[in-house]
Design a protein around this ligand. Structure first.
Ligand code: ASP
Length: 439
């Protein structure tokens, strides 16, 4: 049994957190490959080291003195080293980082040093080998991951090392210069390592005890999802729920490696298990609820539209030609509605409307703005009768006017459109009927 364990920034923000991390790793000798983030926030108003490093880059670009800020970063690491009682010194590393920054090593190089240094400390503290991610994670010239080469390098290098720390978030181009993933990218590193070494499990340790059924800003202390499939996760993530970087899913999903989201501050909690498929029923009919505000709908009416071959295609081409992506498209006999992001649409509104008139000569085109979409997701909906009925009666009781309903044929989700102002009320009503009422 082999596990890859990734620890997020808040799990490694201080010496005290490092101690928790080490005791988690040492509790199981299967936890062999460790992927750390850079030190995150120690308290709400704190600044992440990665953000400070981006600021360092900006200072250098603006021709300003980077020494004080770099000094602040160095003291954060020193505090950790001291708190752990290590002999390690990062002095020379900081001299080199300053030199490299002044020699224009670039923004991605600057950002990557957070993980690099944290990895060095963690490896020293655990007594594991430190392997620089620049030697293992390879990017194409356009900044996309060279997945094949990366897999090869990881396999080759890690097969010879039993216990290793591999810093997250960055790798290198073919010429050796540093490239990073997008923010939160250490999750991707962990996933790539898990795939390459054929891990049995990818544990992703963070500061919550798993994926929540609903956004805690809307429902305080919501229930935690015990098991979720990749497809359910994708639906919820698309609608704004986030715990994990989206690109972290693909490498492990392909290999059938489960991801376990765990809480460093509460290691006894089982967390959320993300799997390809499961026969384990979710505790409630629904697995999760997520949603986003800020959509507009464009409703196109034309008598006998359904018998006009190519009608939908022509309408959709107008959106495509204006570079607008479509979120949802419920349709009736003589009407079709297109949901788009309001902020993107507003700039192109008139071109789109005239484009629709020109291409399909509709009877009416109507628009509505300030709409929200809510996704109610759950593999359990397929086997349960009356789910849609329960959702709509809950919404009716909460006096929420439903603007749109869209159920995918997979029966994995129901998408509901409501006014932005009804968003929170609608989510609370759905949560109450499926979760609170069942507890
Ligand atoms: N430290 C990076 C960030 O703040 C990457 C990560 O934590 O995954 O985005």
């Amino acid at each position: 049994m082999k596990k890859v364990v990734k620890f997020g920034g808040s799990s490694l923000a201080s010496a005290e957190q490092f101690k928790k991390v080490a005791s988690i790793i040492k509790a199981e000798d299967t936890r062999r490959y460790v992927v750390p983030s850079a030190p995150g926030k120690r308290f709400a108003s704190d600044t992440k080291v990665t953000d400070m490093l981006y600021q360092c880059y900006d200072l250098v670009e603006a021709g300003k003195d980077v020494t004080p800020l770099l000094g602040k970063i160095e003291s954060r690491y020193e505090e950790i080293i001291k708190g752990l009682g290590l002999k390690l010194s990062l002095r020379e590393e900081f001299v080199k980082i300053k030199e490299d920054l002044l020699n224009k090593a670039g923004e991605m190089y600057a950002a990557s040093r957070g993980e690099y240094l944290n990895g060095m400390i963690l490896a020293d503290y655990l007594g594991f080998s430190f392997v620089d991610a620049a030697e293992l994670i390879r990017f194409h010239e356009d900044g996309t991951l060279n997945a094949e080469k990366t897999n090869e390098l990881l396999k080759e290098s890690l097969s010879a090392i039993e216990y290793a720390v591999i810093p997250g978030f960055y790798g290198s181009f073919e010429d050796g210069s540093i490239c990073t993933f997008s923010r939160g990218g250490s999750d991707i590193t962990g996933s790539l390592v898990a795939k390459a070494i054929h891990a049995d499990m990818y544990e992703n340790w963070t500061d919550v005890s798993g994926f929540l059924v609903v956004d805690p800003r809307i429902i305080s202390n919501p229930e935690i999802i015990e098991v979720i499939t990749y497809r359910e996760l994708r639906e919820l993530a698309y609608m704004g729920a986030s715990v994990l970087h989206e690109d972290a899913i693909f490498p492990v999903r392909k290999e059938g490696i489960p991801i376990n989201i765990r809480n460093t501050n509460s290691p006894e909690d089982k967390g959320t298990l993300i799997v390809e498929s499961t026969c384990r029923k979710s505790r409630y009919t629904i697995t999760g609820i997520a949603g986003k505000k800020g959509f507009a709908s464009i409703n196109v009416d034309k008598d006998m539209m359904n018998s006009e071959i190519g009608f939908c295609r022509k309408v959709l081409s107008v959106f495509e030609n204006n570079g607008l992506s479509i979120e949802h498209m419920p349709s009736g006999i003589d009407t079709m509605t297109i949901f788009v992001q309001q902020s993107e649409f507003e700039e192109k509104e008139q071109q789109v409307i005239s484009g629709i008139h020109r291409s399909v000569q509709p009877d009416v085109v109507e628009m509505e703005s300030d709409l929200a979409l809510i996704a109610v997701v759950g593999r359990g909906m397929k086997q349960t009768r009356g789910t849609a009925g329960r959702i709509f009666s809950a919404l009716a009781h909460a006096r929420v006017n439903v603007k749109m309903i869209d159920q995918g044929s997979s029966e994995l989700n129901v998408i509901i459109g409501v006014k932005n102002s009804d968003f929170e009320t609608a989510i609370r009503a759905i949560y109450d009927i499926f979760v609170t009422a069942q507890i």
